[in-house]
Design a protein around this ligand. Sequence first.
Ligand code: PLP
Length: 388
Amino acid sequence: MIPRISSKVASFTESVIREMTREADAHGAVNLSQGLPDFPCPPELKRAVADAVNADLNQYPTTFGEAALREAIAVKTEAAYPGWKVDAETELCVTCGATEAMVATMLALLEPGDEVIMFEPRYENYGPDAIFAGAKPVFVPLHRPEWTIDEAELRAAFTDRTRAIVVNTPHNPTGKVFSAEELALIAELCQRHDVLCFTDEIYEHIHFLGEGGHIPPATVPGLEDRTVTINSLSKTYAVTGWRVGWTIAPAWATKAIRTVHDFLTVGAPTPLQAAGVTAMQLPRGYYTELAEHYRRLRDLLCPALADIGFELRVPDGAYYVLCGTGKFDPAKDDVAFARKLITEIGVATVPGSSFYAEPAKGGDLVRFAFPKREETLRAAIERLGTLG
Ligand code: PLP
């Protein structure tokens, strides 16, 4: 038999981000590539998961999420964003991370031939997610140095075939936080063209703009009834390996997402869902401290990178900084440069091209992730200081 793979899969490669982590491990490099903390999660969460396992909560969950977790997510969301009403019975689906949430959303709500607008640079999963659903990604650039949207370009991207737009705020990899004006423009266009908004907000609590700095698109007038909000425990609670996320969407959309999720995964891990309830009940101060913690890490790494010679815009949110490499890599070969950083300097990053459909657009960029202990960042800075 001649091997044959799906043409959908043949159109892209495995994740470069995850590959960089494997390379970092293989070469003993400081890993500033994949967005995973090297510090522990809150101790109450460790206890909660151990308690759940010991209480024999080890069997299949309710496929679309244990009732206690859905209720806790609804309560926490409503408390964080007054005015937003979330019905845990009909509007929530617990998934295996934001990753599965986005795949399930696209499989549930897109038809082959639909177009999905996404801003670029973008988190690399979104393109393959759309292709799995048979849809066509349409890219709208965020322009350097401030990663701004060009209104005319965004308007022109909406066509009769547009079914959805993907928003990711705070944004990986640029650290951009979408403003009220930008979201109002997106709302206007979604209404005019009858388009859905799929919004990935896993960095909702990691921004440096203070109270009210993050605006969930689902709370923007015009988007309330057409938005699927995607979130997860991964980043807010430093548990990227737990694989628990969720969608919040109108009941009709949730029903379809639950159906896809049911057949795709059966459900997210039961004991970790139980610990998710504890996470949702952490006091408000936890989130203030979280943002402060990441602000300190950002303020340790970014000025040092700028001193070394990287070009950067200090991020307003998320825990990444996307840097221009002009001084070090005139050939604009970001993949070769990232490999050199791993093998010769001992620091792993993510090549900028992995955030673009056309690799050349990111050829002069690398992304550093800073969810790391201060000593990890200091070690990386010292090594990067030897770059000639
Ligand atoms: N969405 C974005 C924007 C991310 O940066 C990441 C991970 O880095 C994910 C989703 C993955 O989230 P999860 O761990 O919940 O699947």
